[in-house]
Structure formats: structure tokens, C-alpha cells
Design a protein around this ligand. Structure first.
Ligand code: FES
Length: 128
């Protein structure tokens, strides 16, 4: 997708309706590729560069976190999807990132580079 710059740094990247809840849009701004996500109404923008070995993390599969359900005795009742999470999985080696934070859930030191994103008047803008 080619974008236009409407100020020196804030770049109009899409209409609001192009990123629905739990949706994603990957855009190129100059030499930078960004993944923009919407989760619980909030937008997040991350550089499409995995903290592991540089893979296109933002283009990976979107999944919910898997949790183990325990009973009162802490015995496993099986695995369940966590409706309160949204992860993106890097397609190269499977590193997962929480969309809300951009961090790997088990290794918070692995994180995607984030960019400010705002929405107004039905348009989404990212500051790069
Ligand atoms: S480059 Fe993303 S998991 Fe390895």
C-alpha cells in the first residue's frame, strides 16, 4: 500500500473501517513496514521486524493465548483460549507477541518496536 504524508511525521495510512476489531493492516511508509492492529477498540502499530531474527512478525497468524484451565485442586481441566488476549505469531520461528503490549509473553525483553497511532475523523494516522 502506498501512503501519503499529511505532515512531516504523521502519516495517514487507512480508513478506520479498514481495521476492524481483532483486525490488522500491514502498510509501508518509506522503508518501514508496519503492522497496525485493533484489539478492544485500541489501535497499536508495530514495526514488522521480529525481535528474534528480523522476520515479518506482524504478518503472522493472529491467535488467542492458550491457557491451562485448573480446578480448585489445581488439576488440569484442559486447555482453553483466552478471550482477553490477542497474539500475533511470527511466521519464521513462532515467536508470539501480545498485540496489546508488543511483547513476547514469556520473554518480555523481546518486543516489537512500537509507533504512536491515532484515529480521528474516520482516518488512522501513524507517527513515524
Ligand atoms: S524471526 Fe521471528 S521468530 Fe524468529
Amino acid at each position: 500500500m502506498t501512503t501519503t504524508t499529511d505532515s512531516p511525521r504523521a502519516v495517514d495510512v487507512a480508513g478506520s473501517d479498514e481495521i476492524p476489531e481483532r483486525g490488522r493492516l500491514v502498510v509501508e511508509i518509506g522503508n518501514t513496514t508496519l503492522g497496525i492492529f485493533r484489539f478492544r477498540g485500541e489501535l497499536r502499530a508495530y514495526e514488522n521486524v521480529c525481535a528474534h531474527q528480523g522476520g515479518p512478525a506482524c504478518q503472522g497468524r493472529i491467535v488467542q493465548r492458550v491457557r491451562e484451565k485448573l480446578d480448585a485442586s489445581r488439576r488440569s481441566q484442559g486447555l482453553v483460549f483466552d478471550e482477553d488476549s490477542m497474539h500475533v505469531v511470527c511466521p519464521w520461528h513462532g515467536f508470539e507477541y501480545e498485540v496489546a503490549t508488543g511483547r513476547h509473553p514469556g520473554r518480555p525483553d523481546y518486543a516489537l518496536r512500537s509507533f504512536p497511532v491515532e484515529e480521528s475523523g474516520g482516518r488512522i494516522r501513524v507517527t513515524v
